[in-house]
Design a protein around this ligand. Structure first.
Ligand SMILES: C[S@@+](CC[C@H](N)C(=O)[O-])C[C@H]1O[C@@H](n2cnc3c(N)ncnc32)[C@H](O)[C@@H]1O
Length: 328
C-alpha cells in the first residue's frame, strides 16, 4: 500500500518536473495540463497500470492527441480515461516517442557541408528518416540563407551565435540510409499522424515544416532499415560507396541507449570505421565530450560534436546554433 502511494507520488513528481523543466516557457498548454495530471489520481492510476517505460508525459500526451485531438483540459483527459482507457492504453503500448524533427538538419548542415564531398549518410535512430534529407530543404540562419531547390520544401529558421562556418551551398549526398528499432513510413497515414501528434501545441511552425518535409520525403522516400544501432550498424556502413565521405550521425537517440557502456561500444564501432561521427545529443549522453567544453551546458540544449570534438550547443529542435570559439 505504502509502496503504491510512493510510486504514485514519484509519478506525480515526474509530471511536475516535466511541466517545470520542459514545458514551462515552451508550451503553456502542456505546462498547465501536466501540472494538473500530477494532481489527478485517475490519470496517475491509469499510468501506474502501464509498464514503467510507458508512463512518459510525451507518450501520454501524444497518444491522447492521436485518439481524440489535443485534450483541451484535464477534464477531457479524465473523460478519455473513463470512456476510452483501452484505446489509450493500446496506443501507449504500441507507440513510442519517435519525434522526427527535420529542422535539426539546420545545425548539422555546417558540419556536413565542410566535409569532402560527396557524402554517404548513415543516420542511426532515424525514425521516419526526415533528417536524412539535408540536401532537400532550405535554411535561414539570419545572416545566411540557402533556398531549397523545391519551393514547396520547408525552410528551417535557426538563430546563430558565434562564428559558425555557415555554408553557402547544400552538401552533395550520393547515398543515404537510416537504421531504427522501429522505422516509421513516410507513406503511412497512421505513422505520419503519430509524428504530428508528438508535436506540442503552439508549435505551428514545426507542424507546418513537418508536413512540408513529409511531402518532400514521400516523393523519394529515404531508406530506413529495421535494426539496433548496437548490432546492425557495421553491415549498413559496408554498403556505402567507397568514393564518398561516410558520415554516421544521430540526433536525440543515444539517450535511449543504456547503460553508458553500451553507448561506448557504439562509439568504438563508429570510430574504428572510416566514418566521420556526428553527434547531436543532450550533454549528459556523452559527459566526456561535454567536459571538454569550457562553459556549463545552458538549460535545455543539445551538444553538437564531430569525432568527439565539441562544436556547439544547439536548440533541441534545431532552432538555434551556439558555435564555440576555437579552443573551447
Ligand atoms: C526521438 S527519435 C529521434 C529521431 C531522429 N533522429 C530525429 O532527430 O528527428 C529517437 C529514435 O531512435 C530510435 N532508437 C532508439 N534506440 C535505438 C537503437 N538502439 N537502435 C536504433 N534506433 C533506436 C527510436 O526508435 C526513435 O525512432
Amino acid at each position: 500500500m505504502t509502496e503504491a502511494l510512493d510510486e504514485l507520488a514519484r509519478l506525480a513528481g515526474r509530471y511536475r518536473a516535466f511541466a517545470a523543466d520542459e514545458a514551462h516557457g515552451v508550451s503553456p498548454h502542456y505546462d498547465r495540463l501536466t501540472q494538473e495530471i500530477a494532481e489527478s489520481a485517475a490519470v496517475l492510476r491509469f499510468l501506474l497500470d502501464l509498464p514503467a517505460p510507458r508512463r512518459q508525459p510525451n507518450l501520454l500526451l501524444g497518444a491522447a492527441t492521436l485518439i481524440a485531438g489535443r485534450p483541451p483540459d484535464i477534464a477531457s483527459l479524465t473523460g478519455m480515461i473513463a470512456n476510452r482507457a483501452n484505446e489509450l492504453r493500446a496506443t501507449m503500448l504500441q507507440r513510442t516517442t519517435q519525434t522526427n524533427e527535420p529542422a535539426r538538419c539546420a545545425v548539422l548542415l555546417p558540419l556536413l557541408a565542410a566535409l569532402p564531398q560527396p557524402l554517404a549518410l548513415v543516420e542511426v535512430g532515424a525514425s521516419a528518416g526526415l533528417c536524412l534529407l539535408p540536401d532537400r530543404y532550405g535554411y535561414d540562419w539570419g545572416e545566411k540563407r540557402i533556398a531549397p531547390g523545391d519551393p514547396a520544401a520547408p525552410m528551417f529558421r535557426c538563430a546563430v551565435t558565434g562564428s559558425a562556418p555557415l555554408p553557402t551551398a547544400l552538401p552533395r549526398v550520393v547515398w543515404r540510409a537510416g537504421l531504427d528499432l522501429n522505422p516509421l513510413d513516410v507513406a503511412s497515414d497512421e505513422d505520419t499522424a503519430w509524428l504530428e501528434a508528438l508535436i506540442w501545441p503552439e508549435q505551428e511552425e514545426r507542424r507546418r515544416n513537418l508536413r512540408a518535409a513529409l511531402a518532400v520525403a514521400r516523393r523519394d522516400p529515404p531508406r530506413v532499415v529495421r535494426g539496433d544501432l548496437l548490432h546492425d550498424l557495421a553491415p549498413l556502413m559496408a554498403e556505402a560507396p567507397a568514393e564518398a565521405t561516410l558520415v554516421v550521425f544521430h540526433t536525440a537517440v543515444l539517450a535511449y541507449v543504456s547503460p553508458p557502456e553500451a553507448r561506448r561500444r557504439f562509439v568504438e564501432t563508429v570510430r574504428a570505421s572510416r566514418a566521420v561521427w556526428i553527434s547531436n545529443e543532450a550533454p549528459r549522453v556523452f559527459p566526456d565530450i561535454a567536459a571538454r567544453t569550457s562553459q556549463p551546458a545552458p538549460h535545455w540544449r543539445f551538444l553538437l560534436s564531430v569525432d568527439g570534438e565539441p562544436k556547439a550547443w544547439t536548440g533541441p529542435h534545431g532552432q538555434s546554433l551556439e558555435w564555440f570559439a576555437s579552443g573551447d
